[in-house]
Design a protein around this ligand. Structure first.
Ligand code: ZN
Length: 281
């Protein structure tokens, strides 16, 4: 089984997680830029983070046989902090980098005017750079937030096929299915979506344009949730081809629109800290 986690924050995870993910079948990930818990106070702090997502983290992932790509953006939460606004001016040169396969995560957190302005500006950037967009939806007031998100996307004129609306649930999946955007589901332990609810949605809405992620970060989360959904799909009667579509081919098709997806290095070799090629069992 091959698995592509289209939304995971590996910066917050350990080497043990990389090993367990590889053993579970994860061979590729996309790490979107988000907030780190501790508020950032200046633009340089973002640039060091972006550089880590472009340099250190892909290197670390490769040592465990996992291909790492990233999405870059000013996240919705910090869009409200005037000290962070100048990141928008730095983004264009970062969006040219080879392992950047999308703009993200963008969207609403508390649905403020500032968040909307930054969201719209970054949809424009995505169009200028011909990149797909990963859109976060708010965890509070989710239905209203998702509806407004879809309105902003429509007005921006970006093709819905280049937009992934994430953190969906039973209440919001229908409106996104109708919009033509891709549908993302974050599977968390104990809260929000779980593997069985995900399988029920796949039965109802089918497997097209559906993406499943762990969204694992520094909070309560589990980087193996993608594999658990795959197993739950098989147990519920889905075939291996359905699993491969949702857990591999759909993320490949979505992020592949960037023209920058490099998934051929998913071989059983990686590099150690000295740059020597090492073989994995
Ligand atoms: Zn996230």
């Amino acid at each position: 089984m091959r698995i592509f986690d289209p939304h995971i924050h590996m910066t917050s995870r350990t080497t043990d997680d990389y090993e367990r993910m590889h053993a579970a079948g994860v061979r590729a990930v996309v790490e979107p830029a988000f907030w780190l818990g501790q508020p950032r106070t200046n633009v340089g702090s973002f640039l060091d983070y972006f550089d880590a997502l472009l340099g250190w983290e892909p290197y670390r992932a490769a040592q465990h046989g996992i291909r790492h790509h990233c999405a870059l953006a000013l996240n919705p939460k910090e869009a409200n902090d005037p000290r962070c606004a100048a990141v928008l001016a730095e983004l264009p040169r970062y969006l040219l980098k080879n392992s950047v396969v999308a703009v993200g995560e963008v969207g609403y957190d508390s649905m403020t005017a500032e968040e909307e302005r930054v969201f719209e500006a970054q949809l424009t950037l995505a169009q200028e750079h011909e990149l797909p967009v990963l859109v976060h939806t708010p965890h509070r007031d989710k239905a209203a937030g998702t509806r407004r998100t879809l309105d902003v996307v429509r007005v921006a004129g970006i093709p819905p096929g280049r937009v992934l609306i994430d953190h969906l649930n039973e209440m919001t999946v229908g409106m996104v299915a109708e919009s033509g955007c891709w549908m993302g589901f974050s599977i968390y332990p104990h809260t929000k979506m779980d593997p069985d609810r995900m399988v029920a949605l796949l039965k109802e809405y089918g497997t097209d344009r559906m993406l499943v992620n762990s969204a694992a970060d520094w909070g309560r989360s589990d980087p193996l949730k993608t594999r658990q959904v795959a197993d739950a799909m098989l147990a519920a009667g889905f075939g291996e081809d359905d699993v491969d579509q949702v857990l591999w081919r759909n993320p490949v098709a979505f992020y592949g629109q960037s023209g920058r997806l490099d998934i051929d290095t998913g071989s059983e070799t990686g590099a150690d800290y000295a740059g020597n090629t090492i073989k994995r069992g």
